[in-house]
Design a protein around this ligand. Structure first.
Ligand SMILES: [Ca+2]
Length: 297
């Protein structure tokens, strides 16, 4: 994180809040995995940044309140309740999913209508799969604490290359020219998809300060959607300023009956732009929901 003189006061406050959020991340790390042996700190030094896309909230200006959205369920599809969903993408009508947990992490392509597995690549037993993104003919996948990412051929899942990064890996999406990555803090990172190096960093904030726990990501019509870990809402982020423009409230998707599968948190957002459809699921959820966003009054 770089400091600019005109925003020093704002950033000092932000740093204090980030420090607190780091503590929360560390203590929450065990709950996230169920593997307390992994004690690596959540907050890592920022990667070298060649071009920083960083802007603090203008001094004295609070984030404007914009429209929040609720949802309408259009269709409910089956979802593998064994899938610890960490990334969800729909591309050219094909549904891709990245799953986590040590020993169970995969990249998979599934049939939307049935949830049936079409193709699967298993990660090494000691790696915890995280977010995925599709760009061009490639699929990119992060791992949580291994600081390692993978690039696959979209059609065959052939592993093309590996790459590394300095932070944890949480969510991943792309805006057509850059990969966008979250690490569980309030920061988003922009990666060049060829060099796979960090070329920009974006702190995310609202009227209350930094917005932490940014998790699964999706690029939606010029905004970055990010679900906040352990919540059932999604924030809509201005990709130029980092300001949260509003929230999508997704509470109430699962029924009491669905709880028999012991579902974990909501953690999958996929946007089918050509058909303006959203798909939402979560870790160990038995259902994948097609929804439409409804403005809240
Ligand atoms: Ca996504």
């Amino acid at each position: 994180m770089k400091l600019y003189s005109r925003t020093t006061a704002v950033l000092l406050t932000g740093l204090a809040l980030l420090s607190l959020s780091g503590l929360r991340c560390s203590s929450a790390t065990v709950a996230r995995t169920g593997h307390p042996a992994i004690s690596q700190e959540s907050e890592k030094p920022s990667a070298p940044v060649q071009q920083v896309v960083e802007k603090a909230a203008p001094e004295g200006e609070q984030a404007s309140v914009t429209t929040d959205f609720g949802y309408e369920v259009i269709h409910i599809y089956p979802h593998d309740p064994d899938a610890f969903t960490q990334g969800l993408v729909i591309d050219e009508g094909n549904l891709y999913e990245g799953t986590g947990l040590l020993g169970h992490s995969t990249l998979r392509q599934v049939t939307l209508e049935t949830g049936a597995l079409l193709r699967q690549h298993k990660l090494p037993e000691n790696e915890f799969g995280e977010g995925i993104a599709v760009l061009g003919n490639k699929i990119f996948q992060l791992t949580w604490q291994s600081k390692k990412g993978y690039v696959y051929d979209k059609k065959t899942f052939e592993l093309l290359r590996e790459f590394s990064y300095e932070t944890e890996g949480w969510g991943l999406t792309q805006n057509g020219s850059r990969l966008i990555m979250s690490d569980g803090t309030s920061r988003l990172f922009f990666l060049d998809p060829e060099s796979l190096t960090v070329v920009g960093e974006l702190p995310v904030w609202d009227a209350n300060g930094p917005v932490t726990q940014l998790n699964e990501l999706e690029w939606v019509n010029g905004e970055i959607f990010a679900n906040i870990w352990k919540t059932e809402y999604v924030v809509r982020i201005d990709p130029d300023t980092g300001q949260v423009r509003g929230r999508v409230h997704l509470q109430g998707l699962l029924t009491q009956q669905d709880r028999q599968y012991n579902p974990d948190v909501l953690n999958g957002i996929a946007y089918d732009k050509p058909n303006d459809r959203f798909f939402i699921t979560g870790k160990h959820w038995p259902k994948l929901f097609e929804i439409r966003l409804v403005p809240m009054k």
